[in-house]
Write a protein of this length. Sequence first.
Length: 178
Amino acid sequence: MKRRTLLLGLAASALTAACSSLGPQTGSFAEKIEGRFSTVTEFRGRKESQTGSFTLRRSGSATVLELGHPLTGILARITVSPQLTTLETSDGKKLSDRTPERLMMNELGFSFPVTEMMGWLSSPPPGDELSAPPWRIEFLTKTADGLPKLVRVTRAESAAAPSVRLTVTIDKRDANAS
């Protein structure tokens, strides 16, 4: 379940990893979003939680999401391009698939709206909540510009998948970041 919990903390995909860390991604990016996440999952009476930080960088059609922990550094890096999504963990594992959703499905056994979630952080739909069954997305707090600052994503437990509560707090946004 730890694996599921951290994968969801990505709002993408990651595995619970060793205490070593990946080096930071370098290069120029058009957008950079930094923040924190927490996940709580429950499946068949077993509850787990995970907290950490994230950095989301975009440049053209490439997106890089890094998940970290204050004590251990970067735990996982997800790189998304139109052709391939790759998950790299601090313990050296690399997993790939065509899309982030397929990677999540193959690793978790259920879907998660990864691409949509990354889009909603930069350009939210109108209103304070939306439904992408079986997911419910709530924009709890927004900036003066209408951009999400606090987002909660939830789903109920099913026979094949855990209940999930993912909370994302955006601390900093930079356009034309390096």
